[in-house]
Write a protein that binds this ligand. Structure first.
Ligand SMILES: CC(C)(CO)[C@@H](O)C(=O)[O-]
Length: 376
């Protein structure tokens, strides 16, 4: 089906054409992907798209560029963290070691899940880019997207143990600041699409920045803690982000979330430093010092409070999930991730664990309406 997508930004609308819209079915969800690009060879140029669900909502973007119904060169996935495995599974036969997948989810753990469940062999795994954005967007309808708030988009290339175990930036960065896109090998059987996807991302008018993977890990983990503070509390209290700011019980709970997250993330950084010390003692100490600074509990809390204030009018994505009655949220990839990481290192995280349980309880109850008085 030939289709177009309507974009809206600051009261200006425009139409992007030349996409093919495809529907994929998985676990009761219907994912849409918009296919762009040409059939003459590998190339990127994906412009956007949507994932749609019937019955349950699974909003997001899944855009692909490549060779028609066959192999996909470049796939940009922004479905919710908890639906991403199913979204990619429905396309996995068309993903090859020569494909590149850009992941744009809240939370952590999606890539590990994809690698374990869909792509266990690094030799046959597609190239992965992880990205994180502060742009705000929502859909008016299936193929009509509103870009509501201008932000930033940061991304990093994920190292592949079979191709470039130390990542491409190890070879490409000069003074740790410059990524030479042209130096990513242009092998059509492996990294040509990676090179082209990176070039395309950098050309987008979306305030895009490349980050070395280690720096990006700090960025996404900091965002994880912000989401761990704002999302479950707004979802449980059914309030806007700004209602948390200056509220005593909310601030106290956020303080506990940050204290647990800080202990767990610093313990993880210490374990990584212990491993890295053999290979690169100086770098290991430098990275550990950086992580200890970034994950200080006070700094995490003030970052979360700042974001709550700056996005005061927002309805958080987790509250939107509850309101749309889709029966699930991203909480397992946010507070659940912190709790699981804590468990793996025998560090108790009761606040994050119980918030994840409460949000899950609420999500599974959503849509059933309030209980009626006197009815047993
Ligand atoms: C930053 C944030 C909490 C703002 O609403 C957003 O990441 C969200 O809603 O998930």
């Amino acid at each position: 089906m030939e289709d177009s997508i309507l974009y809206e930004r600051e009261n200006v609308k425009w139409k992007e054409q030349g996409f093919t819209l495809e529907e994929h079915h998985a676990k009761g969800l219907v994912f849409d992907s918009l296919l762009g690009g040409n059939s003459s060879g590998p190339g990127v140029g994906a412009k956007g798209g949507s994932t749609r669900s019937q019955g349950a909502q699974a909003p997001g973007i899944c855009a692909a560029a490549g060779l028609g119904r066959d192999a996909i060169d470049s796939l940009i996935v922004s479905s919710k963290a908890d639906t991403t495995l199913d979204a990619i599974k429905s396309l996995s036969k068309r993903l090859t070691p020569a494909s590149t997948v850009v992941l744009l989810q809240n939370g952590q753990g999606v890539l590990d899940l994809l690698n374990t469940r869909l792509f266990p062999d690094p030799e046959t795994r597609p190239n992965f880019i992880i990205a994180s954005t502060t742009h705000g967007a929502y859909r008016r309808n299936r193929l009509h997207v509103v870009h509501a708030a201008f932000g930033t988009l940061n991304f990093a290339i994920v190292p592949n143990p079979a191709r470039a175990p130390r990542g491409y930036e190890h070879l490409l960065v000069q003074n740790h600041k410059l990524l030479d896109v042209g130096a990513i090998p242009s092998d059509p059987h492996s990294t040509l699409t990676l090179q082209r996807t990176v070039a395309t991302l950098l050309s987008l008018p979306l305030n895009v920045t490349w980050q070395p993977i280690r720096e990006m890990q700090l960025t996404v983990l900091k965002k994880l803690v912000v989401n761990a503070c704002i999302n479950p509390l707004t979802a449980l209290a059914e309030c806007r982000n700004g209602d948390l700011f200056g509220n005593g019980p909310a601030t106290d709970t956020m303080r506990s979330i940050c204290a647990e997250a800080s202990t767990v993330l610093i313990a993880q950084a210490r374990a990584a430093a212990a491993r890295d010390r053999l290979d690169d003692p100086e770098g290991a100490e430098e990275r550990l010092a950086q992580a200890e600074e970034v994950f200080k509990p006070g700094g995490l809390l003030s970052e979360a409070l700042d974001v709550a204030r700056l996005t005061s009018q927002n309805i958080s994505s987790m509250l939107q999930d509850i309101q749309s009655n889709r029966g699930s949220t991203e909480v397992e990839f946010i507070n659940g991730y912190i709790a699981a990481l804590g468990e793996s290192m025998r560090i108790p995280t009761p606040v994050n664990l119980n918030l994840a349980r409460l949000v899950t309880l609420k999500a599974t109850r959503a849509g059933r309406g309030p209980i009626r008085r006197g009815v047993f």
